[in-house]
Design a protein around this ligand. Structure first.
Ligand code: ZN
Length: 58
């Protein structure tokens, strides 16, 4: 699996933090965009952005 070295990141996780499944390049890129937790597509879909949970109209 080749990752394009377009950025210098000290650590790139290649497995899902939840289930340990090996991530595809697309899943790794999506994880890097969304935050610091690396998840497979299944668990990434379950992940809810915490910041948006607190936006409550009063
Ligand atoms: Zn997973």
């Amino acid at each position: 699996m080749d990752l394009e070295p377009h950025s210098v990141d000290p650590v790139i996780q290649r497995t899902c933090a939840e289930c340990g499944a090996e991530l595809t390049v697309r899943e790794i890129e999506a994880s890097m965009e969304s935050g610091d937790v690396y998840l497979c597509s299944v668990h990434a879909a379950e992940q809810v952005p915490l910041d948006q949970e607190h936006e409550v109209e009063q």
